[in-house]
Design a protein around this ligand. Sequence first.
Ligand code: SF4
Length: 444
Amino acid sequence: MSRRGARALPKVGFVSLGCPKALVDSERILTELRAEGYLISPSYEGADLVVVNTCGFIDAAVAESLGAIGEALAENGKVIVTGCLGAKESGSFVRRAHPKVLAVTGPHATAEVMSAVHQSLPRPHDPHTDLVPAQGIKLTPRHYAYLKIAEGCNHRCSFCIIPALRGDLESRAVGEVLREAENLVAAGVKELLVISQDTSAYGVDQKYRTGFWNGRPVKTRLKELATALSGLGAWVRLHYVYPYPSVDDLVPLMAEGKLLPYLDVPFQHASPRLLKLMKRPADSDDTLARILAWRRACPELAIRSTFIVGFPGETEREFEELLEFLEAAQLDRVGAFAYSPVEGAAANALPGALPEEVKEERLARFMAAQETISARRLQARIGKEYIILLDELDEHGAVGRSFAEAPEIDGLVQVHGRVDGRPGDLLKVKITGATAHDLQGIPL
Ligand code: SF4
């Protein structure tokens, strides 16, 4: 780099207070700053801005931290506060004492601090995006993208080995998730598909702590994350949501048009005994009552689910219970599997493994029952008007999806007639016909 370029590099002053955990946070932020090409300044005057990592453990530490912030403001003027004191009263405590600070974050908030730094001091070099685009490398088409909000799972469903492979739930920092979503939308993504192993559990592992995004406090919890995502201007679709009571809070956001009125809820079965054997989350709740309540709150809600038939010990009566549930629940889209043992899964040790032909016969009955329901529900949509997101276009028409169809797993809306536009554009259509899985429509 030329000498002129080197002189232009921005400098960040850093004050690190507090315990070893705070020190590790400081190291992470400093590492990130250096990786992005910022210089670190040992003094206030030489710096373009100052980061103060605070402590809030005892009164003396609070006073020392407030003093350091005040000094940095007086000497430099541009100050970002992070650390334990920053989390007090969701940042208001620090802002009350020092209203001029640029941003306040809590501890373990490297992503939020970096985002605050970027706002005041553009990064000289981004080791990530200089090599790859800001939205990362995506395998999906340009107009939709999966947004993974957590890894691992706290449940121990007896047929599943994901927790053994990926560990317990680890939610991503809310600021980091939102920054990724912003980058995706800026890169042209029109539909964000929120995923994890157990999306409704987002933030449980972090005790729903307050994170920061663009200087604003946001709790690490699905409702708050979904609300923030809904402001980005893209469709937001939730996958792998379990029927916990907390999901009831999301449905009003769907009714208000902030989130797509779509829930992907893997119910897996309806028999309480089998759900217990499967060790499913929310096994004892009255799922049917919950579905009815969701539909009351948001009548157009589309529900997708997956089921396992032929689980070890499933009796004919329990299977019929599942068919009765299907009839009562009237789900829009359903996938099903005949149970097959996965190496290492606890369910393999359960007594009562069913013969393959019984499992296959139940799967066929299950699919036939659901096909009738899905077809009836699709028929009921004929004559209605929807906004669809276009996936593909050619000279004969286009293919797209309404709020009720997720990409890859649900059906499609086939549009007949000339359509001008590109994948990712929205189009208003009138539904004119339906098959077992797909809808036909004309542009309006
Ligand atoms: S199936 Fe159960 S254990 Fe496996 S990832 Fe889903 S909730 Fe977790």
